[in-house]
Design a protein around this ligand. Structure first.
Ligand SMILES: [Zn+2]
Length: 102
């Protein structure tokens, strides 16, 4: 399993990130391809409709749904996104599955 973070090149309403989860790491490529076609998540569908470009900027291999939910709840995506926060971002949110987010 894996959790991934997508950064949108333009803001979509208030959102500039999407955090997703895949059951199998092998499924990640397919999920990202789905997102490219606007499938798999409502937010990614809107992105597709509006022609907003995006990139997958981080992947946490081995991270579970709990970690995904924690990231979402914290609304900390910009702080852990290397596009938004630069290299500092990579020092954050590294402590799954058992620790706290920094
Ligand atoms: Zn970002």
């Amino acid at each position: 399993m894996a959790v991934y973070l997508i950064h949108f090149n333009e803001k979509l309403a208030h959102a500039q990130h999407y955090i997703g989860f895949v059951e199998s790491e092998q499924g990640l490529d397919k999920r990202l391809t789905d997102h490219l076609c606007g499938m798999g998540a409502r937010l990614m569908e809107v992105c597709f409709e509006r022609g907003i470009e995006w990139k997958a900027v981080r992947v946490w291999f081995g991270a579970d749904r709990k970690f995904e939910r924690r990231l979402k709840r914290r609304k900390c995506a910009a702080r852990i996104c290397p596009v938004c926060a630069g290299r500092k971002a990579l020092k954050r949110a590294n402590d799954f599955p058992n620790g706290k987010l920094k």
